[in-house]
Design a protein around this ligand. Structure first.
Ligand code: COA
Length: 169
């Protein structure tokens, strides 16, 4: 059986942790890491998880809101933890947490959380089915439940926005 047609996989099988050092080119005039660079690292971490889980090329379909809770300074380490919360037919919700750490004294803080939806596609860009997620730990089970709730909200929001646009045209 190839990686693409297994029925289910655990989140641990595809989880990704990346570490970056904040260099001068990554910062704004306050010496803080650019938000766009954080978003880029979040997107890359999540893409790797989606591809490891599905064994397919995946594209970012959407990113839910992302907040920046604390600044990240020049010289800090940034840890990006990404793991799959749930898979649907061709789409997958990936949760990403970002932490900063001062490598000189070890102090750390949680700086962002984001939820991204990735879709597995074939060579023509057509969505492909993906393995389901089998949550094992209590945290994984909670994230699995919450992912279905968030998907429902996304679909409802999209339908409501489309209806509003149609009404206004
Ligand atoms: C994402 C994409 C493949 C979806 O293709 P589509 O023809 O709309 O496919 P469908 O309507 O059949 O949807 C396929 C899946 O994507 C999900 N999806 C589509 N648009 C979505 C969105 N905006 N947010 C979340 N999920 C989305 C659907 O819910 C569906 O999920 P499911 O199969 O698990 O039920 C297509 O819109 C695309 O290629 N977008 C560009 C992606 C890209 O280039 N990203 C990089 C940023 S530039």
């Amino acid at each position: 059986m190839t990686m693409n047609n297994v029925a289910s996989k655990t989140p641990a099988e595809s989880t990704v942790q990346m570490t970056h050092l904040v260099l001068p080119n990554d910062t704004n005039q306050l010496g803080n890491l650019l938000g766009g660079t954080v978003m880029h690292w979040v997107d890359i971490g999540a893409a790797l998880v989606a591809m490891r889980h599905s064994g397919r090329v995946c594209v970012t379909a959407s990113v839910d809101e992302i907040s920046f809770l604390e600044p990240i300074k020049l010289g800090h380490m940034v840890r990006v933890h990404a793991s799959i919360n749930r898979a649907f037919r061709s789409s997958m919700e990936i949760g990403v947490k970002v932490f900063r750490e001062d490598p000189l004294n070890g102090t750390e803080a949680h700086t962002s959380t984001a939820y991204l939806t990735f879709v597995a596609i074939d060579q023509y860009g057509k969505p492909l089915p993906v393995p389901q997620v089998e949550p094992i730990s209590d945290d994984e089970k909670r994230r699995f439940e919450e992912a279905a709730f968030r998907r429902e909200l996304r679909l409802k929001n999209r339908a409501a926005m489309n209806a509003l646009r149609e009404k206004n045209t």
